[in-house]
Design a protein around this ligand. Sequence first.
Ligand code: UN1
Length: 536
Amino acid sequence: MKLVENRGGERYGKTLVGGHLINGRTVGENSKERFQSLNPAWTSDVVADFPQGGAKEVAQACDAAKAAFAKWKSTPAPVRGEIIGKIGALIREQKEFLSRLLTREIGKPLREARGEVQEAIDTAAFFQSEGRRLYGQTVPSELRNKALETHRRPVGVCGLITAGNFPFAVPSWKIIPALICGNTVVWKPSEDAPATAFAFANIFKAAGLPDGVVNVVYGTGAVTGQAIIDAIDKGLINKISFTGSTEIGRKIGEVAGRNLQIPSLELGGKNPMIVMDDADIDLAVTGAIWSAYGTGGQRCTSLGNLILHKKIADKFLNKFVPKAKSLIIGDPTFNEGITYGPLIADRFLKRYLAHHKMAKKSKTAECILEGARVKKGAEPQGFCGDASKGLFVTPSLYDKVLITDEFAQTEVFGPTIGVIRVEDFDEAIAAANGTKYGLSSSIYTDNAKLRLRFKNEITAGMSSINNSTTGAEAHLPFGGNGWSGNGTRESGIWVVDAYTKWHAINTDDSGGLQLAQMDTEEVHGEGAADLDGLMA
Ligand code: UN1
């Protein structure tokens, strides 16, 4: 690793030049094929310069992970937990540094970056103690002098592919449980955040994780991500976990499926929020603003479809629109008070700007806020950054969208939402369940009967009542249904199922061959039902 002069972004720091981590060694630091991560608030700041890994590096990383597996698997789980605890302690020590690096690399406000790093600390704390559980069961046998038990076994080499919007927390959701369960890892971090990943990888090393247990191969999704997917077909990977688009998730699902593996897929969302006519409007407006525009709408849990009861829709929007117009946008490195920073990368910006075309296909939709790129000399009130340097956009809002519109059915991944007006709860829940996605969801109401109906009828994997669609806690199951995922979950105890397989064992101490699944003499009662009549 070296830090080199950063022409164009000196005030942010130097450029980090790094390489893959394979079997404890840095590989490809001088390789010619490289990519750069740019600070989206100031795109001439080159944050990092990394080699692009291909099939060769992925194969080397998988070999290293396979070689390290036997020893790591047999390391007692509480000892593995100690290392996880050390990882958590080191992250805590470096929390401010890591948060600032993350903010510089992906443009997330500092307080959110700190929250994200904290989530990794919390995840480490949770799984350190899981090293002292990882419970199996004892089960009664149908035969005498025979004992039944179950154990969780690791699955092997785990290929992990993560996205740029949560480049620290989401990798921790995958890597830490994979490790506590005794697996080894090949991680392909997002091409938008290699420096953040590199810092994380260094913590794994510093915590004393043996060489080869975590390997990191950097690069783009199209090249390095594809090489990881191909490695499933080559038999180099036993389990894949992916956070990203539905389109890529579907491809991974196909490849994993034909190899009889269960992938963990955390995909897109078009998350609904219902606001009923009895809701606390100010509370709902605050929740909707944050869900829609917090993190620049770049969360898989961000609000997509805001479903308003007709009776309160105008009142709601009269409060919502001025708030949306006065959000503070800017460069998060030098301004702690911003609501959201730049979009993460140019491809996100392009997709955001293109969403208007899709929204305008609607026959009924009315554009209330024309979200656009912030232009130098025409910055919104309170803007703090250099519009000509960063990927800054203003928020967008469409009213009178129909759930059947393409705009209501498609994830944008930027600060835009559509308002769907409904007559009653039946229409509201139909709209909320009216997309192919099913990740997060929310309702604002104090009506106990409607809350109960919402809990029972919503098809999403996660729901909030009187709260934002975003902000899952580190120990609750995270994940979605339909196009949002394949039903696997991350976080908390539930993720252990993703990284282990059950092993059932029976021990027979009877001294003879006892046959299970046989008709046993022991249980023949006297009062057997006389079924002869039935055959007549
Ligand atoms: C993601 O956006 O990919 O709960 C996952 C939340 C965040 C989501 C992270 N922790 O909103």
